[in-house]
Ligand binder design. Structure first.
Ligand SMILES: NC(=O)c1ccc[n+]([C@@H]2O[C@H](COP(=O)([O-])OP(=O)(O)OC[C@H]3O[C@@H](n4cnc5c(N)ncnc54)[C@H](O)[C@@H]3O)[C@@H](O)[C@H]2O)c1
Length: 380
């Protein structure tokens, strides 16, 4: 008896990641999985099919998923993939249901049990399964690297026979997972780092990573550890405090996000106009429209003497590490269900119930649990 796993080759533009890497494949085989992967799934990160042991490669994605008990992917799969899956089979990938209405409907129609990776609860027990965090940490690191390559100066203090150069000033706005990683990276590279967020608990986190904290006196803690939107009055107060920090920074990294809303605008056109010549902004919130009024998602813009970078799908640019961490996140989530060569879903488990998006033709809200008793996914 074994569980059939199928791993898709990603097809969305600019997506380089793959949901399985060789080290994780070996661990899945030990758990009792039989692995099937789409031919060339790792090509874009230079991971040849030959690097995978005990994996059968299938070129046609419909043949690949037809007998699968579990399908693994990074991005939401195409509709025809869902059509090819067995009713009752499991899909694990990022979904973002608000952007994927036809896909969600197809999951319901086909009675696919879908675990949406973005729904993994942000609780301590689920940290090893939290793909949002693993991917955001990589993005935070990369933002610093990207920013420095566009600066005409170095980050650390340098003393030479000709004289000394002071450290560059880096301002990180939005101190979630990506922002904190950006602080840590910029600090390691020797910059003088400042951090800013509207959740007061981030002050201690910023200080512990070597940054100073820009205190605007605003407490905008929202639900579930996330931030809420600021009122017009709060925005004015914040802008008053932030302007001088924005205008003395060499590199600004913005990561601010509010669940379900467009990215809050933290840097106005006027503030960009007053920035140092040669300064760089890396806007990691570009996917939600960006944190700067001058951001053009997916583009690099030069406004006066300031360069604004707004890369999209940053984890994909680091496809090798991003795939490894993502594959481990999915392995850890699968480990909750895959035992003794069968899949058993314990719906009383908060992590599984919280991550599940669709099951047995029903859509589940983030907090809800399925009404049905513990179910067993069909296996061989
Ligand atoms: N397992 C865990 O316990 C766990 C794991 C990961 C994250 N978390 C928590 O989840 C929460 C969200 O983390 P995330 O990285 O997904 O964050 P996110 O991507 O949703 O937002 C990034 C940051 O932007 C900040 N922000 C929003 N509006 C802002 C504004 N106007 N000005 C400045 N900053 C603003 C938010 O406070 C947040 O820190 C955090 O509280 C984080 O600590 C917990």
């Amino acid at each position: 008896m074994y569980v059939n796993l199928a791993i898709l080759k990603e097809t969305r533009p600019h997506e380089r990641r793959v949901a399985l890497v060789p080290s994780v494949a070996a661990r899945l085989v030990k758990l009792g999985a039989k692995l099937h992967m789409q031919t060339g799934a790792g090509d874009l990160i230079k991971l040849d099919d030959a690097a995978f042991k005990d994996v059968q490669f299938i070129a046609d994605r419909h043949k690949l998923v037809a007998e699968a008990d579990v399908v693994l992917a990074v991005q939401p799969p195409a509709l025809d993939v869902i059509d090819g899956m067995k009713p009752g089979a499991i899909l694990m990938s990022f979904i973002y249901e608000n952007n994927e209405k036809p896909l969600v409907q197809r999951l319901l129609d086909r009675k696919i049990t879908c675990f949406a990776m973005e729904r993994v609860p942000r609780i301590t027990r689920a940290q090893s399964m939290d793909a949002l965090s693993s991917q955001a940490a990589l993005a935070g690191y990369y933002a610093v690297q990207l920013g420095t390559t566009h600066l005409a100066r170095i980050l650390p203090k340098l003393t030479s026979a000709a004289g000394a150069i002071g450290p560059a000033k880096v301002l990180v706005m939005g101190l979630g997972v990506a922002g904190l990683e950006a602080i840590a990276t910029a600090h390691r590279l020797g910059a003088a780092v400042e951090g800013y967020d509207v959740r007061p608990e981030t002050k201690e986190q910023a200080l512990s990573l070597g940054a100073t904290f820009v205190d605007t006196g605003i407490d905008a803690r929202g639900k579930g550890g996330y931030a809420r939107e600021l009122t017009a009055e709060e925005k004015t107060k914040v802008a008053g405090v932030l302007t001088k920090h924005i205008q003395t920074a060499d590199l600004i990294i913005t990561t601010a996000a509010i669940p379900g809303k467009p990215s809050p605008k933290l840097i106005s056109k006027a503030q960009v106009g007053g920035m140092k010549a040669g300064a760089v902004i890396v806007d990691l919130a570009a996917e939600g429209g960006g944190n700067c009024e001058e951001t053009r998602p997916g583009e690099t813009t030069v406004i006066g003497r300031v360069t604004i970078l707004a890369p999209l799908n940053v984890p994909s640019l680091l496809g090798e590490d991003a795939s490894e961490l993502y594959a481990k996140n999915q392995f850890n989530l699968l480990s909750l269900m895959l035992k003794d060569n069968v899949i058993t879903i314990d719906w009383s488990d908060d992590v599984l119930a919280g991550t599940m998006l669709t099951h047995d033709g029903k859509l589940h809200s983030a907090a809800a649990k399925p009404a049905s008793p513990p179910a067993i996914a069909k296996v061989a």
